[in-house]
Design a protein around this ligand. Sequence first.
Ligand SMILES: Nc1ncnc2c1ncn2[C@@H]1O[C@H](COP(=O)(O)OP(=O)(O)OP(=O)(O)O)[C@@H](O)[C@H]1O
Ligand SMILES: [Mg+2]
Length: 342
Amino acid sequence: MFTFNVFKNRSFAIDLGNNNTLVSDQSGLLVSQPSYIAFDAGNHAIKAVGDQAFSMFEKSHRELKAVKPLKGGVIADYDSAASMLHELVTLANTGKTLLNGYDHLISGVPYYTTEVERRALRDALGQFNAHRTHLLYEPLAAALGMGLNIREPDGKMVIDIGGGITEIVVISLSGIATFQSSKVAGDTFDAEIQDYFRRQYNMAIGLKTAEQVKISVGAVQEELVAAPEPMMVKGKDLMEGIPVNRKIDHREVSFILDKSLRAIELSIIQTLETCPPELAADIFQNGIHVTGGNALLRGLKERFEKIIKLPVHIDPQALVSVSRGLAQTLSNPRQYKSVLMD
Ligand SMILES: Nc1ncnc2c1ncn2[C@@H]1O[C@H](COP(=O)(O)OP(=O)(O)OP(=O)(O)O)[C@@H](O)[C@H]1O
Ligand SMILES: [Mg+2]
């Protein structure tokens, strides 16, 4: 028997992140690429997207412009964001043909966003002409992706330390009871590393190198169960303009990141303080769930447990939980009606 897939409408989900954009459907992840796009500076033609555009970032020339369209977790350059989405969805081959359209399109959105920021996202999603477009708060999607039951009245604290935004929320009965949102996140960490090299060693390093330092030897405390090998960092001497190398180890990175980590810890403590007592009692028992790419920083569990004095669960799938949660709601949108925003 023939099945006319070509006529079947498809649904898909987008996690448009500050640093990574993930496209998925009910069957799983289709595309995961850095949130970058590169244009010809003259005629504005798209030259590259995702990985390829990221590799061009800070290395392009006058004729080529590599752009990161999101800042602080939200769209900062609308046209570039819309084009990037178009390219990444095309790459995901979500199955649209001339004969069919999209059924459901579900996109994540940070909890703390303005109406204007949400409208920009909706407008950018409008290009796909889906039958129904919904937004879902990213911390709720992350909780679903981590396998937490968001419907029960039991309070759950979820912390998403992404690239542009850190969101700390307490979830109960499918809603967010209390939250704190901060722009101290991955991009801040990378900028702190860059800054430190400039001040301490008179050395200029690129943002991509700074991020590599964070990933390769990044830590948030000196004592680690398994310490990484020190890393050789390449940069440019600020005085003489010549190339220089400098070795850095995880202890030094933990010193650099300390200030940002303190700010995040303060936000966690403030969220607990403003949390209704019954929910706080649940969190004291269940602990806190940490996700987002920067949850992978070495020593984070131990540091948070020492400072916040609660059990800490680091999401082993920290880079994909939001996307997984979104895909979960795609499989049965009616069941998740109360959390999907029109
Ligand atoms: N192994 C790692 N150790 C530390 N940081 C990491 C690691 N892997 C990725 N990151 C960082 O995680 C961030 C990207 O994470 P994620 O994909 O969750 O963010 P995003 O969803 O794009 O951003 P946002 O949620 O703010 O919109 C970047 O700052 C990246 O440097
Ligand atoms: Mg994210």
